[in-house]
Design a protein around this ligand. Structure first.
Ligand code: GLN
Length: 190
C-alpha cells in the first residue's frame, strides 16, 4: 500500500482542528493551497466554513477542477465536513456549483441559521461504526435526495448525517471539534 500522506484544504474555515486531529492520528498533514501540492497527498480533508467562499477561493487557487479530477482517477480520498461536504454533493439549484462526487443533494443551512446550531448524539451504523457519538451541527446542511450508490454511515433520528461513496466521505457535522479522532483514523485507512 502507498504511504498515507494527508492534507487539509487550508483556504478558509475550520482548518486547524482538522490538522490537529490528523496529527494525533500519527500523520504529518500538509496545508493545501496549491495544485502542485496535490502530488504529495493521498487523503484530503475539506473543512467546514462557508461553501460559496470556499468555491471562490478554490477557483482563485486553481484547485476547483484539480481536486475532483484526482478523486475521479482514484488518486485521492476525500473527507468533507459541513461546507466541505456540500461541495462534494450532487449538482442542484443552489449555489455554489457541486462536484458530483457523492450522489446526494445537500441542502445548505437545512437545520436553520447560526442560532439553530446544536449538539446531539448521532448513531453510527457503518464505516467507523462508533455506536453513539457527539454530533456538532453548525449551520449544517441537510441531506435530501440520495441514490442507492451512497452508503449511510451515521444518522440523526431517521436522517442521514454521514455518507460515503467510494473513497469520498461527507459529514454534515464537525467530527474535528469533538476530540474523538476515530472518524479521521478510519478515513485514513480508505
Ligand atoms: N452553512 C454553511 C454553508 O452553507 C456551512 C456551515 C459549516 O461549514 N459549518 O456553506
Amino acid at each position: 500500500m502507498a504511504a498515507i500522506c494527508a492534507g487539509v484544504l487550508a483556504l478558509q474555515g475550520s482548518v486547524e482542528p482538522h490538522l490537529r486531529a490528523l496529527s494525533r492520528c500519527g500523520v504529518d498533514p500538509i496545508e493545501l493551497r496549491r495544485p502542485d501540492q496535490l502530488d504529495q497527498i493521498t487523503h484530503l480533508v475539506l473543512p467546514g466554513g462557508e461553501s460559496t467562499t470556499l468555491h471562490h477561493l478554490l477557483q482563485l487557487h486553481s484547485l476547483s477542477s484539480q481536486i475532483p479530477q484526482r478523486v475521479a482517477t482514484g488518486q485521492l480520498a476525500l473527507l468533507g465536513t459541513c461546507a466541505g461536504a456540500i461541495l462534494m454533493g450532487r449538482e442542484c439549484q443552489e449555489s455554489p456549483p457541486r462536484w458530483n462526487l457523492i450522489d446526494v443533494e445537500f441542502q445548505r443551512n437545512g437545520f436553520g441559521r447560526q442560532v439553530h446550531s446544536f449538539i446531539e448524539p448521532i448513531e453510527w451504523i457503518a464505516g467507523p461504526d462508533l455506536g453513539t457519538s457527539e454530533g456538532i451541527f453548525i449551520r449544517a446542511p441537510r441531506i435530501g435526495v440520495s441514490s442507492p450508490a451512497v452508503e449511510v454511515l451515521a444518522t440523526l433520528g431517521s436522517e442521514a448525517v454521514a455518507v460515503r461513496q467510494d473513497r469520498c466521505v461527507a459529514c454534515t457535522f464537525h467530527p474535528e471539534l469533538t476530540g474523538d479522532d476515530r472518524v479521521h483514523q478510519w478515513f485514513l485507512r480508505l
